[in-house]
Each structure stands twice: as C-alpha cells, then as structure tokens.
Design a binder for this molecule. Sequence first.
Ligand code: 5GP
Ligand code: ZN
Length: 143
Amino acid sequence: MTEPCVFCAIVAGEAPASTIYRDDAVMAFMDIRPVNAGHVLVTPLKHEMSVLSLDDDTASHMFTVGRRVAAALKDAGVRLEGFNLFLANGTVAGQTVFHAHLHVLPRFTGDGLGFTRNANVRMPPQSELDETAERIRRAGGWE
Ligand code: 5GP
Ligand code: ZN
C-alpha cells in the first residue's frame, strides 16, 4: 500500500494549510516548520515525487510562482535581504515529502543557514570539465 501524501491532502483540502496562492497547476502555502519566518512551499497540484516527472509547463510554473512569492515577501514585512529557491529531489538530496515542491526561503545576514561544501572540492582541469560537458550534451541530445 502506498503512503498517504500530505501535500495531496492539502491540495484536496483534506488537510489544513495556510495558502497563499492557487491556480489550475500549482499552489503555494506556508511551510509548517519554517527554517526562517516566511518560508513558503510551491507545489504542483498533481502528485509526482520527482520534478523530472512533471511536464515542462508545470515545472517552469513552479519557478515562476516561487519568484512571485519571493517578490511579495518583503512587502509583506518578512525579514529578507535575499532568498533561496531550493528544491530537494530524492532522499539523498534532502527530500522528506515525496511530492515535488519548491522552497522559497527568505534569507538575512546571520540566519545560520547555508550550504556547506564537502572537503574534497577542487578545481578540475578544463579537459575534465569538457569531457563531462560532452557526456551531458550527448545524454541530453544537444549535439
Ligand atoms: P523537503 O525536505 O521534502 O524538501 O521539504 C518538506 C517540507 O515540507 C519541510 O520543510 C517540512 O517542514 C514541510 N512539511 C512537512 N509536512 C508538512 C505539512 O503537513 N504541512 C506543511 N505546510 N508543510 C509541511
Ligand atoms: Zn502528493
């Protein structure tokens, strides 16, 4: 049996959410455990675990609505000097709700959030970057 999806329940109006925006493809609502005040989630109405399973229009629309929410946050009095648009796809990337969603994260100096780079970050030789780029071009059908 598949686990019930909390975001599907929100979309269906069966679970409560503090909704900001809704159209025929996506909705935006407040994160129940905000990492900073004003933390918003934008999610497609359709259940897909991976953003890669969404059609292009819906996936791009998530970004469009995320931008609009970010633009509204400051006027709404949210403490914000910048923001992150963040999407975790897959457990290893930090996804914990398996219904694709985009985080809109207000950021301010000293908020204690941030990505940390792993210890083995290095600058690879150009040839290695070229070789990787070529493989991705081929896989994407862009050559
Ligand atoms: P993820 O870790 O999958 O990128 O993000 C899941 C987010 O959903 C978390 O920030 C978490 O606080 C939020 N969340 C989990 N359950 C609920 C819920 O029932 N309602 C709302 N509004 N947010 C939720
Ligand atoms: Zn769902």
